[in-house]
Ligand binder design. Structure first.
Ligand SMILES: [Zn+2]
Length: 228
């Protein structure tokens, strides 16, 4: 005996499926379904219809996760390659700077004495030894390295980078007077200076040695270096 018509139940099935009907309606639907095959089939349809979209929702969600993952890993990749690019750029800049400094600034080549003329060696009133160095190969000189061995040989070594710069007036160390303060150097090194050379131990010009009497420096030179 059916208390409610199939039409009413069919109307109610979606609500029942969603569990949004009252307990009474629920009981009524369940009672009917237990007796009516037609409505059972109808209910099965609803379940199937609704399940399919759910499945595809899950699939969609998975897809969007995949997209999210792709976009995250792409972002990560982009960040990685950005960092990589930055590191490579920094390295290249470093290499360029090192190369530039290495070739143009790093003073490692000693100037051959073949192109050096030392003249006007004299002694100032305060004991400093003055000389005029003329480097005549046309390139500039900015560095003279001081060095002393255990025998009291003092070397003033003119050094240039691998790539030389042309000498331009006003000239510096390549054409001009320079002095060496023996007292200061001896104090600094704690050793007596016996000989002073311009150049290297293998390629040198003697400027002064102990016992050598040098002419007095000219007034011009005294004025040049004497200003304190
Ligand atoms: Zn029915």
């Amino acid at each position: 005996m059916r208390k409610v018509s199939c039409e009413i139940i069919k109307d109610m099935l979606p609500l029942y499926y969603d569990s949004v009907c009252s307990d009474d309606s629920k009981r009524m639907v369940e009672e009917h379904l237990s007796e009516c095959n037609n409505c059972k089939v109808e209910f099965k349809k609803i379940q199937d219809e609704i399940h399919i979209p759910e499945k595809s929702i899950i699939e969609n969600r998975t897809d969007s996760n995949v997209i999210k993952n792709i976009s995250t890993s792409w972002k990560r990749l982009r960040l990685k390659s950005f960092i990589k690019g930055g590191i490579i750029t920094a390295l290249l800049i470093g290499i360029i700077i090192l190369g530039y400094v290495g070739l143009f600034k790093w003073e490692i080549n000693s100037v051959s004495t073949d192109v050096v003329e030392i003249r006007d060696i004299s002694e100032m009133e305060d004991g400093k030894i003055v000389y005029y160095a003329d480097i005549n190969d046309g390139y500039s000189l900015n560095t003279i390295k001081y060095d002393m061995d255990s025998e009291g040989n003092f070397y003033m070594t003119p050094l240039r980078p691998l790539i030389k710069k042309e000498a331009q007036p006003p000239y510096g160390l390549e054409k001009g007077y320079d002095f060496i303060d023996i007292k200061v150097q001896e104090e600094f090194r704690g050793k007596e200076i016996k000989r002073i050379y311009y150049g290297t131990p293998k390629d040198k010009i003697l400027i002064w040695e102990k016992g050598m009497v040098l002419p007095k420096a000219s007034e011009e030179v005294e004025k040049y270096f004497g200003l304190e």
